[in-house]
Design a protein around this ligand. Structure first.
Ligand SMILES: C[S@@+](CC[C@H](N)C(=O)[O-])C[C@H]1O[C@@H](n2cnc3c(N)ncnc32)[C@H](O)[C@@H]1O
Length: 215
């Protein structure tokens, strides 16, 4: 491996991981709801805005995003796992949301047909580690758009007991542990104003920033 490069997440392993997990995912995630709420609140969505839900999974963030953008707004969810996105589709049908578009595609090659006001990366470590995926999302945001990313991270070494919880969570949800010390690093390169907060004794991060008006 060349210096400065690290292994990319494994797409086939991720598809397999979430094929097996889709049926129990929503139950498993109940504990993580406070982080989702904090992340979506930081997006500061306004009625009529458009938001990207990157790696939307089963659509657990959709109700909160809908509340923020209202009936005049739009949500585009991007998700590569057919089993996960099918559950998001069911959620959209049940709630009769006409303003949600779900794209079943890898984020790095998804054809996003608009420019959004905001983007959410919630629990999307594998996606944040793919520079081309981050670049595709950022290129479909308006200048000054808000971006929030949240998820697990390695706590500082002296808080090693926290990492005893981070490790199994990571093994269940990501395909590469690379980058887990600073999952937001790729976003920070594009957004100099990125602000970091930590939760759960340093085992969870919430990063928020805005895309520069001139890039
Ligand atoms: C831990 S889940 C998070 C789902 C959702 N964001 C949530 O908050 O519940 C991670 C999701 O990212 C998806 N994913 C991973 N890599 C991806 C990629 N390159 N493109 C699209 N989706 C991806 C997985 O299939 C999975 O549904």
């Amino acid at each position: 491996m060349k210096k400065g490069t690290r292994p990319l997440p494994d797409r086939n392993a991720a598809l397999k991981q979430y094929r097996g997990r889709a049926g129990v995912y929503d139950l498993e995630l109940a504990l993580f709801e406070p982080i989702r709420r904090r992340a979506v609140a930081l997006l500061a969505l306004q009625p009529g805005e458009t938001v990207l839900d990157v790696g939307c999974g089963t659509g657990l963030s959709l109700p909160l995003l809908e509340r923020g953008i209202g009936a005049r707004g739009r949500i585009v969810g991007i998700e590569q796992s057919p089993e996960m996105i099918e559950r998001a589709r069911q959620r959209v049908r049940q709630r009769r949301w006409a303003n949600v578009t779900l794209l079943c595609a890898p984020v790095e090659s998804a054809e996003i047909a608009l420019k959004a006001d905001a983007a959410l990366f919630h629990l999307t470590h594998d996606i944040l580690q793919r520079p081309e995926a981050v670049a595709n999302v950022l290129s479909h945001l308006k200048p000054g758009a808000r971006v929030v990313a949240s998820g697990i991270q390695w706590a500082e070494a002296w808080r090693w007991p926290v990492n005893l919880f981070v490790l199994p969570a990571a093994l269940r949800s990501v395909t590469s542990l690379a980058g887990l010390s600073a999952p937001w690093a790729g976003l920070a390169e594009a957004m100099p104003d990125l602000q970091l907060k930590s939760m759960w004794m340093g085992g969870v991060f919430v990063a928020s920033g805005t895309l520069p008006v001139r890039r």
